[in-house]
Design a protein around this ligand. Structure first.
Ligand SMILES: Cc1ncc(COP(=O)(O)O)c(C=O)c1O
Length: 395
């Protein structure tokens, strides 16, 4: 099946459910299961027979969602978690169980991921180092020096939309027996499939494009065969599983992922083109165009014809005060902190994703005071343009 059909059908309508098979997977709220005999329950609990026993181990709504995500990301198996951050945490733990307790992470990952590494993993004697993953020579050097058990990147960085070469990074990780984890939240499996490019684990904040409507907090870990057992073992023991209602909503959301994401990418491209000629815009960051610093990696990793649904731009001469005024003037675009929803969202990194980063560090990262990020929604692009245009009058 093609991706557009997989999102609609995968995971649903399991044949082993008896005579009545619902066409769409329902919300299964039960936490415990009983069988025709205690002997069957004994076999299920002993993993000698397939079946559900307790919701922390597995539950039918989650299993359907997990099968769907695993198919979309071309993994061996998946785990649905309570948030994107719990997916990231499980991925790190699964990677480091049997490997050196050292992580080499991209220096432009989501702030909470940096917090998780620095404030939770580092105190448990995990060595953490950061590197520019678009600079392969710097990555090679850092690998030689640190011998990490795991390398962590985002397929598209936030908010400057840099793209590393997943194939090369996966080969480097493999050469030292390390695991490559890719946070694929920004890209979705419609744009990038890191496991096909050699990564070992993919994580998502399902809160974003997968669920897609701004009403679910969730995450997914999709892994290759070697790591899937560790991921499930960690989940059984630590229990950060997604609730069945959120699982249902995520699965429902994914059914329209291909339609939504295609439209969001088209809108983002149109917005990037329009902003590039706007007199109040200094610079636009978007993944289209041969002048993107990672154009070769984009060509190698992205699905043809799509460049993602997120763009950033710098407003000429703007400072914090004028950007806040710009945000207050927006009538339809939502000035929020997330991305991936059906409605267009505008984020100001300085007060949101990069709030806790020092001005000096932000400067070094290239994130200026006048930079805003837009996650295009599915509205008519003319309405998004009109709204941004009228808001520009305030700056
Ligand atoms: C790239 C990325 N990864 C992970 C997360 C964490 O996801 P959640 O908020 O669902 O825990 C986010 C949240 O914004 C994100 O943008």
């Amino acid at each position: 099946m093609k991706f557009e059909s997989e999102v609609v059908h995968a995971g649903d309508r399991k044949r082993n459910q008896g005579k009545m098979v619902p066409s769409t997977t329902p919300i299964h709220l039960g936490t415990t299961y009983f069988y025709d005999s205690a002997a069957t329950l004994d076999r299920v609990l002993g993993d000698e027979e397939e079946g559900f026993s307790y919701a922390r181990y597995a539950s039918p709504t989650n299993v359907a969602l997990e099968e769907l995500c695993s198919i979309l990301e071309r993994g061996h198996g998946a785990l649905a978690t309570a948030s994107g951050m719990s997916a990231v945490q499980i991925a790190f733990q699964a990677a480091l169980i049997d490997r050196p307790h050292a992580v080499l992470a991209s220096n432009s990952v989501y702030g909470a991921t940096i917090g998780l590494l620095d404030k939770i993993f580092a105190p448990f004697d995990v060595q953490v180092a950061y590197v520019d993953i678009c600079d392969i020579t710097a990555v090679e050097k850092a690998i030689g020096k640190r011998q990490p058990g795991c390398i962590f990147i985002e397929s598209v960085s936030n908010p400057l939309l840099r793209v590393g070469n997943i194939k090369k990074l996966a080969a480097l990780a493999r050469s030292i027996g390390a695991v490559l984890i890719v946070d694929n939240t920004f890209a979705t499996p419609m744009l990038v499939r890191p496991l096909e490019l050699g990564a070992n684990i993919v994580v998502h904040s399902a809160t974003k494009y997968l669920a897609g409507h701004g009403d679910v907090l969730g995450g997914v870990v999709v892994s290759d065969k070697a790591l899937h057992d560790s991921v499930r073992m960690l989940s059984r023991l630590a229990g950060p599983v997604l609730g069945p209602f959120e699982s249902y909503l995520t699965m429902r959301g994914i059914k329209t992922l291909a339609l939504r994401y295609h439209r969001q990418c088209q809108n983002a491209l149109r917005l990037a083109e329009w902003l590039a000629t706007h007199p109040k815009v200094d610079r636009v960051y978007y993944c289209s165009g041969p002048d993107h610093p990672d154009a070769c990696n984009i060509k190698e990793c992205f699905a043809p014809g799509l460049f993602g649904a997120i763009l950033s731009f710098e407003i000429k001469g703007a400072n914090k005060e004028s950007i806040l005024a710009f945000m207050d003037r927006l009538k339809m675009v939502v000035p929020g902190t997330s991305l991936g929803d059906v409605h267009t969202l505008l984020l100001y990194p300085l007060i949101a994703s990069h709030r806790n980063i020092s001005p000096k560090m932000r400067e070094r990262m290239g994130i200026r005071e006048n930079l805003v990020r837009v996650a295009a929604g599915i509205e008519a692009v003319e309405d998004i343009v009109a709204d941004l245009d009228q808001a520009f009058r305030s700056v």
